[in-house]
Design a protein around this ligand. Structure first.
Ligand SMILES: CC(C)(COP(=O)(O)OP(=O)(O)OC[C@H]1O[C@@H](n2cnc3c(N)ncnc32)[C@H](O)[C@@H]1OP(=O)(O)O)[C@@H](O)C(=O)NCCC(=O)NCCS
Length: 176
């Protein structure tokens, strides 16, 4: 697989249509429907604006993939850290590595890991020292990328009506 050096830069509200199209493309080529839960357009609008951060990996003019750092807000029901059983979340400042999608033709080149590292670095700069993520235990590429980023499995829970493994990462490596 040819190596690529994408440019990493934030996506904003102006990228909503592109992000939705890439999500649609990813959903349409899933092996099984429970591997990825679609976000609502409203959730994407949120993800594309502060205090959250959506980082894109650009190959030339093409958005090859993106990943979201989601900073849970009081009452939004998104705080995954409260579900952790192996970490005392109260001793940390947490956020979620909410979603990562890489376009099919760019997969297998470590883009999720690269985006995850950049998000980790951004998180640390904001004083966040605990990151949480969920993935279907059957989503091998996603689970492998999270493990490569240093995430550890906490437990399996039911989320969005599907089985999800809850992952966490503390003291994450911010070297790119
Ligand atoms: C999960 C996903 C983001 C991983 O992105 P990626 O940049 O391809 O990740 P990596 O390059 O780190 O590869 C991850 C694994 O997939 C394998 N892989 C290789 N080629 C692949 C290909 N063409 N397609 C899919 N996976 C491939 C890699 O070998 C690696 O496995 P390994 O660790 O055993 O070697 C991507 O597969 C995707 O967008 N999937 C659909 C959306 C999704 O499920 N997102 C995760 C839930 S939020």
């Amino acid at each position: 697989m040819a190596l690529i050096s994408p440019t990493i830069r934030p996506c904003g509200p102006e990228h909503l249509e592109t992000v939705l199209a890439i999500e649609q493309e990813a959903v349409s080529c899933l092996e099984r429907p429970d591997l990825l839960r679609r976000n609502t357009p409203e959730m994407w609008r949120r993800c594309l604006a502060a205090p959250h951060l959506c980082l894109g990996a650009w190959v030339g003019e093409e958005l090859a993939g993106f990943a979201v750092l989601y900073v849970p807000q009081p009452g939004d029901g998104e705080d995954l850290s409260v579900l952790l059983t192996k970490v005392d979340a109260a001793a940390h400042t947490s956020a979620n590595f909410k979603i990562c999608i890489v376009r099919p033709q760019w997969r297998g080149r470590g883009l999720q890991v690269l985006l995850g590292k950049h998000l980790g670095r951004e998180a640390r700069a904001r004083g966040i020292d605990l990151l949480c993520a969920t993935a279907s235990p059957y989503n091998k590429p996603s689970v492998h990328s999270l493990l490569a980023l240093g995430y550890q499995a906490d437990h399996i829970l039911t989320k969005y009506g599907y089985e999800r493994m809850l992952f966490y990462c503390v003291n994450f490596d911010i070297r790119i």
